[in-house]
Design a protein around this ligand. Structure first.
Ligand code: GDP
Length: 297
């Protein structure tokens, strides 16, 4: 994968130099941490996270056992790996399905963040991995093209779409949920208003829709190409609407890793999926462990 390319490259170089070393002293560790710090900052990871990250790795690496132990270099690499994992939330968090009845997922996100595409991919993922019958509800009524786009995606992947055109989103959602339960869908994904900027009116509408849907999951799409700014956007949405998870989109681009490593710490939203590329089967459940390994190569 090309995910977090430059971060991987830089950290890999630093770590490769480390692994061969039989002995390390405090100066070696200090120097390594300077390089790790630079790599993370260049990858656009939030500076507070970089600071606590390197501090924590340093403290652990300076422990007697590691400096004098067998393969101290490899042990430091392991510490960096575990810290990367921790920053991204440690454990993978999947979708929480309703035990009895229809699971409802509300999706939120800025226009252009890849929300519509991610909804289609998630529907495909739910059908394939969880054997669910999925309905997508088109309630992004601010961008006329959004409804058309969701329908096009629905046709492309053979997933049903409920739409009523550009009427009030609250009405569409009410009717759509009724339709879904009458027709025995397992999961409903609601597409909601996306704007270029976060504004009052959008937030109010999202709150209203949330009130109607009472979603099991509120998933926020964040564009990984935004770097650490993605984490600030996530925090704003989370503070106002509350989100149960994030979908990191555009992970195929030159994402540099800043978004993946900043979101959890800044917004406290667990990353549940990552999405990469144009193909509709490119959604993956997010695993901090795998991502940490990927970053370190
Ligand atoms: P929305 O406005 O949030 O619904 O975003 P869209 O789903 O319409 O996506 C916005 C643009 O980003 C479109 O041109 C998509 O083709 C593109 N896009 C969406 N997801 C991805 C992805 O994972 N990788 C890449 N490279 N482009 C994506």
């Amino acid at each position: 994968s090309t995910t977090s390319n430059s971060l991987s490259d830089k950290l890999q170089m630093t770590m490769r130099r480390l692994t061969g070393r039989g002995k390390l002293d405090e100066k070696d560790i200090e120097e390594m941490m300077r390089e790790v710090r630079l790599s993370l900052l260049e990858a656009d990871v939030n500076f507070k996270i970089v600071k606590s990250f390197t501090q924590s790795v340093k403290e652990q690496a300076l422990g007697e056992k590691i400096l004098k132990g067998l393969n101290p270099g490899q042990q430091v690499v392991k510490i960096v790996h575990d810290e990367l994992k921790k920053v991204m939330g440690d454990e993978a968090e999947g979708i929480r399905f309703k035990i009895n009845g229809m699971t409802t997922i509300m999706t939120i996100g800025l226009q252009g963040s890849g929300k519509t595409t991610a909804i289609g991919k998630m529907a495909v993922w739910l059908r394939k991995k969880e054997k669910k019958k999925v309905l997508m509800i088109a309630a992004d009524v601010y961008r006329p093209a959004a409804i058309q786009q969701l329908q096009t995606i629905g046709k492309q992947v053979d997933i049903d779409v409920y739409q009523e055109g550009l009427i009030d989103a609250r009405t569409i959602v009410k009717n759509g949920l009724k339709y879904a339960s009458e027709n025995k869908y397992d999961v409903v994904i609601v597409d909601t208003a996306g704007r270029l900027n976060i504004d009052e009116e959008m937030m109010q509408e999202l709150k209203d829709v949330k009130e109607i849907v009472k979603p099991d999951e509120i998933l926020l799409t964040v564009d990984a190409m935004m770097g650490q700014e993605a984490a600030n956007v996530a925090k704003s949405f989370h503070d106002q609407i509350g989100a149960t998870g994030a979908i990191l989109t555009k992970m195929d681009g030159d994402t540099r890793g800043g978004a993946a490593l900043s979101i959890r710490e800044i917004s406290n939203i667990p990353i549940k999926f990552s999405s990469a590329g144009e193909k509709m089967d490119s959604l993956e459940a997010f695993h901090p462990e795998r991502m940490a390994s990927r970053i370190l190569g």
